[in-house]
Structure formats: C-alpha cells, structure tokens
Design a protein around this ligand. Structure first.
Ligand SMILES: *Cc1c(COP(=O)(O)O)cnc(C)c1O
Length: 373
C-alpha cells in the first residue's frame, strides 16, 4: 500500500517543508539505503567510526568544518540535540535561560532534563525582537536564584524568522560564565553560520528542516571543552556515548543527509538571493495591506504576517475562517494552516521568482474576489 500525498505538485510554503525537500541524490540514497539498519553492515561498534559508507569522514571532518565547531554528532533532530546538551549539563535545582521566542521543544527539553526555566522576553508587537542586552539582566537575576547551567538563543526563531545579535549574546553569556547554545534549526543548511564566528559553545541544526534530508535527523556541534561532559562514555560499554544511547541515527536518514550535503554546502552561498526573494515577497504582501511582522527589512525566508483584511473576509465568507485555506488549495498552494487568516507564517525558501509572483497574485485575487461580495 503506497499512500498518496495530496499536496504533490503544489507550491508548498509551509516553513517546515521548504528546506527539507530532498535533492535528486538524496532520493537515490533513500532507495539504496532504505532497509532498517542498512548502514550498520560494516560497523565496529561506533556509528561515527563507520568507514563504509563514509560516515566517519562526514562526522569527524566535513560536518565540524561546516558547523565551525571542534566536535560534531548526529542526533534524531534539533530537539534531541538540545536535550542531550541540557541533560548532560543539568544539576539539581539549576536553571536554563531561554529567549522569549524559543521553540516549544526548547521548553520540553529543559523540562525533561529537570531544569528550571527563565526567559528573556521579546519586545512584543510588531517586532518581537530579542534584545541582546536583556540577556545580561536575566542572567543577573537568575543567578541569584540558583546556578545557570546553559543559555539558549533561537537563531532565527520559528515564528517571526528574527535574527537576534547572536555574537553579542555570546559575549554576554561568556562574561557571565554561562555556556550558550545556538538553536539554528532554521539556519544550518539554509544560510552561512559557524559556531566559531559566533563564539558560542553549542550549535544545533535540523536535517529534515533545513538540510534536505528525510529525517528524523539533527546535528550537534560543540567546542572541544564540552565533549568530555556531553559525550561521556558508558562505564560498562566503554565505546558507547551515554547521551546518544550508543548510536543515534541508525539508517537511511544519515545517508540522505550525506547525499544532499554537497548541494547544501553550495546553496548556503546563495543565501543573499533567498533574502532578496523574501523581501520582495514581503513588500508585495504589504501592498495588499498584509503586514509583515518581526525584523524589517527581513533577513530570513521565514516570515510572519498580520492580515486584518483576510480576517474581515473570514467573518462573512461561506467557509468561514477556512476560506483562505480552500482558496489557496484551489490554486495549488499549500502551507498556511487551515483556519488561519489573521496571523500566519510562511516561507519563500527555494521558490523561484515566477512562483513568488504566482503566490502573490493568488493573495491579490482572493482579496479582490471577496471585495465584490
Ligand atoms: C523546527 C524547530 C525545532 C525542532 O526541530 P526538530 O529537528 O524537528 O527537532 C527546534 N527549534 C526550532 C527553532 C525549530 O524551528
């Protein structure tokens, strides 16, 4: 039974979908390596030491170079990467400081690791910015309540696509002697980013979100000094890393990540073009009186919009608040959640200029259509 995918052939602007589409090489890898433990034929007990296929070189050489870190590992996703770091650093009654735009999985990882959570608030409507200096205030206050074992910054966040001043945040955290984790689920594989350039301690990425991989798969990069703690070995099984439960991704997902990697390395160099497209799209939406929130001009393909006009239509449209979803579906555009009209996010990543105009025109047509009602 092969289930049909209903959105096949659609323009997909769902932010979680645009950077995870497979390359042709990855599709071939998917068939070649689809069997269960396919990569483990020649394993001697450690995933990152497998030389055939060349996982060893990927994890020990190519990936650290790409992430600008000393040591890298493969995990099952950005959330697992965050949990691994938090769990290995956690202490009784200790704290983690998160930015107010943090992804829900940062909260869950912290909860699962038994950490208390303090938040650096955003500036609220319409920019929702995370201001670097607020980290100093929150670290100062939180340190009075207990030990802060980690700070996290989401770069960019998954709602507004805002890019905070991560270098300054790293400097502040280092002044307070608190390690910083950069959650770059929407950055690694899309835009140029290196841990070494930021001078933070950990970097986290998502293969299925931004590295053209099947997933679930994530990447974790760190400075050498953390490897002993985060990657400590089992007492009983001396070659197994405890936080990774021995081995993480044990099959096809890593082969798709590796197959797409040469393409991903090239595409991050074309990031300027993606930003140009995003800005073009945003300014056209603004002409339709759909307001782009967050950083302006915007610096990322993930954008959040505020549309009072679409909301007004939803109050009188026959399909109610689902009207936008169905109107877009009719035009073979997918990715805005059914039922949303007033506030929604989307991504222009990987769309060509013709597709951008097609989507903009669809919004224009829909607004026009209901105007005459
Ligand atoms: C999507 C997302 C995640 C979760 O990524 P997974 O790889 O699916 O765990 C975490 N953080 C942010 C900011 C995200 O956008």
């Amino acid at each position: 039974m092969v289930f049909e995918r209903k959105t096949k052939g659609f323009i997909n602007i769902d932010p979680i979908q645009t950077g995870g589409r497979l390359t042709e090489d990855a599709k071939m890898a998917l068939l070649e390596w689809g069997d269960g433990y396919s990569i483990c034929d020649f394993c001697q007990g450690r995933l990152e030491e497998i030389r055939n296929p060349p996982i060893h070189d990927f994890i020990h050489e190519e990936l650290p170079k790409f992430l600008g870190c000393d040591v890298a590992r493969i995990t099952h996703g950005a959330r697992e990467s965050k949990f691994i770091v938090m769990h290995s650093l956690a202490k009784r009654d200790a704290w983690v400081v998160l930015d107010g735009n943090a992804h829900y999985t940062s909260y869950l990882a912290a909860e699962r690791a038994g950490l208390n959570i303090a938040e650096v608030p955003n500036t609220g409507y319409p920019d929702f910015k995370i201001e670097a200096d607020r980290y100093a205030e929150v670290l100062e206050e939180t340190k009075k309540r207990g030990e802060v074992v980690l700070a996290v910054v989401t770069y960019p966040d998954g709602n507004y696509g805002n890019l905070p001043d991560v270098k300054r945040i790293a400097k502040i955290c280092s002044d307070y002697d608190v390690p910083l984790l950069v959650n770059a689920a929407y950055a690694v594989g899309r835009m140029p980013i290196k841990l070494s350039g930021i001078k933070a301690d950990f970097i986290v990425g998502s293969g299925h979100k931004s590295m053209a991989s099947t997933g679930p798969i994530g990447v974790l990069g760190m400075k050498e000094e953390w490897a002993d703690v985060v990657l400590k070995r089992s007492q009983k099984y001396k070659n197994k890393e405890v936080e990774l439960l021995g081995c993480s991704v044990r099959g096809v997902a890593i082969m798709t990540l590796m197959a797409s990697f040469p393409h991903v390395k090239e595409r991050v160099k074309k990031w300027d073009e993606e930003v140009k497209k995003a800005r073009y799209f945003a300014s056209n939406m603004e002409e339709l009186e759909i307001k782009q929130l967050g950083d302006k001009p915007h610096n990322h393909d993930l954008m959040f919009f505020h549309a009072e006009n679409l909301y007004d239509i939803s109050k009188r449209a026959k399909k109610g608040r689902y009207f936008l979803y169905y109107e877009l579906k009719k035009r073979r555009i997918h990715g805005i959640k059914p039922g949303l009209t007033r506030y929604f996010k989307l991504s222009t990543y990987g769309l060509n200029w013709g597709e951008l105009d097609y989507v903009i025109n669809a919004f224009r047509e829909i607004i026009e259509k209901y105007k005459s009602d």
